[in-house]
Every structure is written in structure tokens, then in C-alpha cells.
Design a protein around this ligand. Structure first.
Ligand SMILES: Nc1ncnc2c1ncn2[C@@H]1O[C@H](COP(=O)(O)OP(=O)(O)OP(=O)(O)O)[C@@H](O)[C@H]1O
Ligand SMILES: [Mg+2]
Length: 508
């Protein structure tokens, strides 16, 4: 193809070759190599802990490589700070959004470069208009004047994206930007990415979702264990080939759902409402059953889960576990009744960053152990080891602080923590967000085997294949209500998407 030839003749907008980065004894990056051409979207894939985010942080000027060759527009360069990277035209969206909660949305976008009026004062009107313009390009209705505090992760991510776009960067790096987004938002983000590419920007895109990588990217670079493996043209490889390069083996079934004996209702919710958030929620999850709550981001799925678990209050309605009500608005009462909850925002709600991996994995268990007066550290260590091993948490030692783990491995520690409690009802918000393809299959197998042991599972997921592959029943939420209930046999992508986006009238 002529374009391929042209591409290889172009000077890369950015190239990093043989970069090394160690943190004490941990070699996070042994050979970080990437080349981004102007006008291409380039994917970077690899298992959790492969070194992707470390490479990104080098490009961002946040980490200084111990060795390696780094060039921008063909010229050798060394960044001393994040400001140097920005000045070179590199804009980075991190895996974990980094907004200032005390500032407004518009202030977050324009921080450090607020437009000034003739008087030299910051022009709020201009900032607001600028933010509004960006959001309309992205097709999202976020109020520029609201504070960033309390925004969903999806909204935070969109604000980071708006900020990056407004910088008009030469190279845009997105570290798992879609992990918190659902179909419609992903489509919008992709449209924006393509238009930036068509204007000559180079884009680096990191994702564990292969459908996205193949839909969006021109080339794919694969990393394994901190090392560069290969760069391939998307048009000439298959998903299976990429997975093999990534994990070094074939993986079997991604959705190993076992048939389970479905028993009596474990969770019974009737008429649950909270003004302005959700209304008239009726839902049952029976022993052994996996029920998926599907819908767009903002449809109220997480809010319902939080109310059931007692983190948030509700105005009216009843919630029962095995026919018995437990105190509303009290997570401890929910835990005592046998409810486990793996939250969506694991970093903020699920982990104590400064504690060790082992401690985090057994945090919930400790209260159970303590009740019987037997906190044995050997027992605790065994429990931590069992679950972190099952989930293949990649850490040098159980004693390392959780904050040093890669994003996907942090997710696994939260899962481990709740699995260790052996709950009767397990609510999982986005079970495999940010988790690599090999471990995804493991997590799915685990969920399926928990159900087979009679645990009731309520799963919230924005990944349609996961919903269709795992659920016995799909409840689709739309604007705070359950718009449709679809049995496994009838659950097609079209049926779920239609219910998620259709107006209430249409779906009745
Ligand atoms: N500050 C740090 N201190 C110690 N180890 C670190 C630090 N940062 C990263 N690591 C380690 O380096 C390795 C690579 O991590 P990195 O975050 O780059 O992985 P990743 O490919 O982005 O994974 P994921 O898909 O889970 O986001 C991991 O084993 C991680 O634990
Ligand atoms: Mg990462």
C-alpha cells in the first residue's frame, strides 16, 4: 500500500527506543520502545504490569528513564519535568484521572493557562464558553460551572480528554481512556481521536479492549514483561495473534459460564426510589444466578448498587437479603447480612494505598477474624496469598504497598479482598475494568464458579460482550429506571442497546 510506504518514510513525531526504568529492585521497564508517526493512531497493548503506564509516564516527563534513546521530531530530547513534555507538544491522559476536586470543571480544563480579559483578569465567561465548546464537540452535557468533586469516573475522564484536546497537542497519549466509558461515549471519543489524527496529530492509545484497538488503531505495539515484543499493522494481524504475542500462549474461552442451579431469591428489592437518581426499582437475584445491570454511564446502575449496599440512602422501597431486611444506609449492616460490594472506583473506594498488598487483600476478612478473637497473621497471610494467587496479582511481594502496583493489579487486589469474605450476594461494579485479557477469562471463571456454589451475583458492566457472555438475566437501566428485562436466551447486542438508548415510551 502506498500509504504504508509513505508512513515508513515519515519522521516519527515521537520515538522512544530501549528505555529502562527501575524502582529499587523492581524493573518496571526493561526495553520501552515505541514510535508514533504524525497522523496515526498507535495502540500499546500488554498484560497488567507489562510496563505500559511506566512508558507513558516517561513520555509525560513524570519518570526519568535510566537509559534509552528519546526523540521528538527526530531530535534527541530529555525531559526534566512534566512542563518540558507539555512544551514539546505531548499531552497525556493518565489511567487514573487527576482532577482538582475543589475547582470547577472549566477551571480544571484551563488550569495554568486561564484566558485573560483586557483588564488582565481571568475571564470566567471565556473559560466557560471554551469548556462548553469542547463538550459539545465531545457530545457530553457536563456543566462547566459545577465543581469536579463527586463527578463519576466517566465524566472525569471526559474532562481530561477535553483538556488534552484544548491543548492542541502534537502527540496525544491516552492510557486506558475508555475503561470507564460505555458504548456511546466511546464512539464519541473515537470520532474525536480520528479527527485529531486527520489533522496530523499522532495518538498513542492504551486499552485492554481489543475490539476498540482493532476499530481505531493503524498499528499495534505489543509489550510483555517490561519489554518491547513487536509492532504490527492492524490490517494484517488477528486478535488471536496479538493475544499470543501478549501472553505468550493461546487463551481458551473468555466467557466460561457454567450452568448453575438457580435457587431461591437472595436479594429482593421492591419499589426502590431516590428522588432524581432512580425510581421504582424492582429486582431479584437468586442463589446461583448472575444478573447483569446494563445501561449507559449515568443510567443509575452504580447508584442502585450503592443504595443496596448501604453506602447511599434511598427515599422509599425495601431491600431484603434472604427475606430479611437489613438497616438501610449502613454498609456494615449489609456486610453482616452477607453482601459483598466491589466498587467501580477501586482506587478511591476499594484500597488503602499505603498498606501492603497482603493487608489490603484481607481488610474485610480482618473484621470477621477479629470477631472470633483470632487475628492470626499466618492465617491472614495464607488468605491473602490464596486470592492474590488465584487472580494472578503481579507483585514482587505481599509486603509491597498497593500504590506501587499497576492499575490492573490494583483492581485484582480489591476483588481478592471481597472474595475472601465469601458473601451470599456479591455486587460487582465493572468486574474486569482495566484487567488484561488473560486474567479477564480468570475473573469470569471465578464469577461463574462463585455462582455455581450458590452465591447470588449482581454484576454491573458496560462491556456488552461481558453482559451477554456471563448473565443469566439482563436488566437494562435507562434514566434511573429499569427499562427492560431480557433473558439470557434473548439477550442480543441489539436488544440491550435498544433498551439502553430508547425512550421509555419506545421500550414499554
Ligand atoms: N512507583 C513504582 N514503584 C515500584 N514498582 C512500580 C512502580 N510503578 C510501577 N511499578 C511496577 O512496574 C510494573 C509495570 O507497571 P505499569 O503500571 O507500567 O504496568 P501497565 O502495563 O500499565 O499495567 P496495567 O495494564 O495493569 O495498567 C509493575 O510490576 C508495577 O508493579
Ligand atoms: Mg497501566
Amino acid at each position: 500500500m502506498a500509504t504504508d510506504h509513505e508512513a515508513s518514510a515519515r519522521t516519527p513525531a515521537l520515538s522512544l527506543t530501549g528505555a529502562v526504568k527501575a524502582f529499587g529492585p523492581v524493573i518496571a521497564l526493561a526495553d520501552g520502545t515505541i514510535e508514533i508517526l504524525p497522523g496515526e493512531i498507535h495502540a500499546l497493548v500488554g498484560e497488567n504490569g507489562a510496563g505500559k503506564s511506566t512508558l507513558v509516564k516517561i513520555l509525560a516527563g513524570l519518570h526519568h528513564p535510566d537509559a534509552g534513546d528519546f526523540r521528538v521530531d527526530g531530535e534527541p530530547i530529555a525531559f526534566r519535568s512534566v512542563a518540558d513534555s507539555k512544551a514539546a507538544g505531548i499531552s497525556v491522559i493518565y489511567q487514573e484521572p487527576t482532577l482538582f476536586p475543589d475547582l470547577t470543571v472549566a477551571e480544571n480544563i484551563f488550569i495554568g493557562r486561564q484566558p485573560r480579559g483586557r483588564s488582565g483578569l481571568i475571564s470566567r465567561a471565556e473559560m466557560r464558553a471554551g469548556a462548553r465548546e469542547l463538550f459539545s464537540r465531545l457530545g457530553v452535557p457536563i456543566d462547566p460551572d459545577r465543581s469536579a468533586e463527586g463527578l463519576s469516573i466517566a465524566d472525569q475522564q471526559i474532562i481530561e480528554i477535553a483538556k488534552a484536546i484544548s491543548l492542541d497537542a502534537k502527540v496525544l497519549v491516552m492510557d486506558e481512556p475508555t475503561a470507564a466509558l460505555s458504548g456511546v461515549e466511546v464512539d464519541r471519543l473515537f470520532a474525536v481521536a480520528r479527527s485529531l489524527r486527520d489533522r496530523g496529530a499522532g495518538i498513542l492509545f492504551i486499552s485492554h479492549r481489543f475490539d476498540e484497538v482493532f476499530a481505531l488503531c493503524d498499528r499495534i505495539t505489543v509489550m510483555r514483561d517490561g519489554r518491547y515484543v513487536a509492532t504490527l499493522e492492524t490490517s494484517s494481524v488477528t486478535v488471536d495473534e496479538i493475544v499470543r504475542e501478549m501472553v505468550g500462549r493461546d487463551i481458551d474461552q473468555l466467557f466460561p459460564k457454567e450452568p448453575a442451579q438457580i435457587g431461591d431469591p437472595v436479594l429482593t428489592v421492591r419499589g426502590l426510589s431516590r428522588a432524581g437518581v432512580f425510581a421504582d426499582i424492582d429486582l431479584d437475584v437468586r442463589a446461583g444466578e448472575i444478573v447483569a445491570l446494563a445501561g449507559l454511564v449515568g443510567a443509575g446502575r452504580t447508584e442502585v448498587a450503592r443504595a443496596v449496599f448501604g453506602i447511599d440512602r434511598y427515599d422509599t422501597g425495601t431491600v431484603e437479603l434472604n427475606g430479611r431486611a437489613y438497616t438501610a444506609g449502613d454498609p456494615q449492616a449489609a456486610i453482616d447480612a452477607g453482601v459483598g460490594f466491589v466498587p467501580e472506583d477501586r482506587r478511591k473506594q476499594g484500597l488503602v494505598m499505603d498498606l501492603s498488598v497482603g493487608r489490603n487483600a484481607t481488610l474485610t476478612l480482618r473484621s470477621a477474624l477479629a470477631r472470633f478473637g483470632i487475628i492470626s497473621s499466618a492465617r491472614e497471610r495464607r488468605a491473602a496469598e490464596k486470592w492474590t494467587k488465584t487472580l494472578q496479582v503481579k507483585t514482587g511481594s505481599q509486603e509491597y504497598a498497593v500504590s506501587t502496583l499497576s492499575g490492573g493489579n490494583q483492581q485484582k487486589v480489591v476483588l481478592a479482598k471481597w472474595l475472601a469474605t465469601e458473601p451470599r450476594l456479591l455486587i460487582i461494579d465493572e468486574p474486569t475494568r482495566g484487567i488484561d485479557v488473560g486474567t479477564k477469562a480468570e475473573v469470569h471463571r471465578l464469577i461463574s464458579s462463585l455462582a455455581a456454589r450458590g452465591i447470588a451475583i449482581l454484576m454491573i458492566s458496560s462491556e456488552l460482550p461481558e453482559v451477554l457472555g456471563m448473565a443469566d438475566r439482563v436488566l437494562v437501566m435507562h434514566e434511573g429506571r429499569i427499562a427492560a428485562e431480557i433473558d439470557r436466551a434473548d439477550a442480543t447486542p441489539e436488544a440491550v442497546m435498544h433498551a439502553a438508548t430508547a425512550s421509555m415510551e419506545g421500550s414499554k
